[in-house]
Write a protein that binds this ligand. Structure first.
Ligand code: 8X3
Length: 249
């Protein structure tokens, strides 16, 4: 793809981890990538590296989403809703309202706002929406209710969207990762890097690039093919709660 034929992709939460890897991978297969996130310094370096453009985006802020969407070209080919994350890991009995509200804002309302804002452009571009959900959208685990509830909601929104867009030329894919070593756990544990490292001890976790690979594969299928869902976990992870550590996997 080059010149006027160059397709356009938007990736949210692109300043690190899965978002940044996905932006790089889409650029590598020819997309002009618009990256959005709160941390604009990191974004600008990434945009320079991949020949794309960087825009400030806080999906928890409706005005920020409106401004971001207004800067996207009239025809959009791929939207990767990656922004989101977990705050805290603890029982419902000790749930923190602020953490739960942030998780719902970032993982559910944020996804809705960006999708709603870009739908006309996606329709004009016969586009593809890829929502990065999680195995936490399919399973639950002790201490995870705030995050698993939000990710179950994100999966429900994704499935609903596919029904509502029936008859329109827009594909909808859910990519649901298990254990991926990124800043995810550092953010969940509010900067406690030692605790975050224990999550991935004794196994080979997925990398952000593994997930980017799934996104690129889904969006590069022929136009009549819709990949509904990809659930991807490390070999050492059988489920959200069954993980083989120290098995050499
Ligand atoms: C991250 C996967 O299992 O930590 O989305 O919830 S998990």
């Amino acid at each position: 793809m080059s010149g006027a034929e160059r397709k356009v992709a938007v990736v949210t939460g692109a300043s690190s981890g899965i978002g940044a890897a996905t932006a790089r991978a889409l650029a590598a297969v020819g997309y002009l990538v618009i990256v959005g996130a709160r941390r604009v310094n990191r974004l600008e370096a990434l945009a320079r590296e991949i020949g794309g453009s960087a825009r400030p985006l806080d999906v928890t802020d409706a005005a920020s989403v409106v401004a971001f969407c207004g800067a996207v070209p009239e025809q959009l080919h791929v939207l990767v809703n990656n922004a989101g994350g977990a705050h805290g890991l603890g029982p419902v009995a000790q749930a923190n309202d602020q953490d739960w509200a942030w998780m719902y804002e970032a993982n559910v309302l944020g996804l809705m706002r960006v999708t709603k804002g870009l739908l006309p452009r996606l329709e004009a571009g016969r586009g593809h929406i890829v929502n990065i959900t999680s195995i936490a959208g399919r399973e639950v685990y002790p201490g995870g209710a705030g995050y698993t509830a939000a990710k179950h909601a994100a999966v429900a929104v994704t499935r609903t969207l596919r029904l509502e867009l029936s008859g329109k030329p827009i594909r909808v894919t859910d990519v649901a990762p298990g254990m991926v070593e990124t800043e995810f756990s550092v953010v969940r544990f509010k900067g406690d890097t030692e605790r975050a490292a224990t999550v991935y001890q004794g196994l080979t976790p997925l990398t952000a690039e593994d997930i980017a690979d799934c996104v690129v594969w889904a969006v590069t299928r022929p136009a009549h093919v819709n990949i509904d869902e990809i659930v991807v976990k490390p070999v050492a992870q059988a489920s959200a709660t069954v993980v083989a550590r120290g098995a050499g996997l």
